[in-house]
Structure formats: C-alpha cells, structure tokens
Design a protein around this ligand. Sequence first.
Ligand code: ZN
Length: 130
Amino acid sequence: MKDEKPVALVSVGNFGSEPRRELRSLLGLTGCEISVNTLPAGQAVPFVHAHRENEEVYLILSGWGQFWLDGTVHNLAAGDALRIAPAVERCLRSSDVEPLVYLCVQAKAGATPNVTQTDGVIVDREIHWV
Ligand code: ZN
C-alpha cells in the first residue's frame, strides 16, 4: 500500500491512564484495529453490540470482570484471552473493586489464513547490535 508505514513506534504510556486508545491511526495499522481500554471499577459498557464482519480478541491485562455473551455471563481476569465471533452480542463490566484494563484486537474474520509460522520468511542477513 502506498501510504503504509514500514515501521511505526509510539508510546501508549501507562495502560489504564486513559479510557480508550486506538492504535490504528497511531501506528498506521492496515489489517486490524487494536485498542487499549480501561473500564473504571463498578462500570459496564453502556451498550450491547455485535459486529458485521469483524471478530474480536480481548486480552485482560489487569483487573477482573464479566463478559455477557449472547445471554451467558463469563468471568474473566488478568491473563485471560477471549475470541468472539462477529455475530455474538456482547457487553462487559468491571468488578466493583478495580478497573478492568484490556486489549481489544479487531480484524475481519477469516482475513488471516496464513498464520505467523507460514507467513514469516527467514532472511539471510547479519546484524550488528549497537
Ligand atoms: Zn466490538
């Protein structure tokens, strides 16, 4: 792609210092959206949503809470990863004790048939660390 940045590096600071940071524009992402989110203690996302084409992966960085998925409640805590298919209706809430800090990766379902192991190419190159 013409406007694609070969490499992008930004600091998103301390996780949890802002409600939501979307990395798509910060990094020039072209294949997915990644956001770092903080849901304050005792709060829920104020809407239920689903997606048309995108699956989501939530990685809980700190705290704990609950995900409501098509009417079923699931408990999640730091270290848990959750993949949600596009059509699943979802909502989440944090515990009353601490904020829920999580990473959300959103990409078109089925868009990455080549996993890292088959897409990566070993390059014969010597490097010198300074
Ligand atoms: Zn979503």
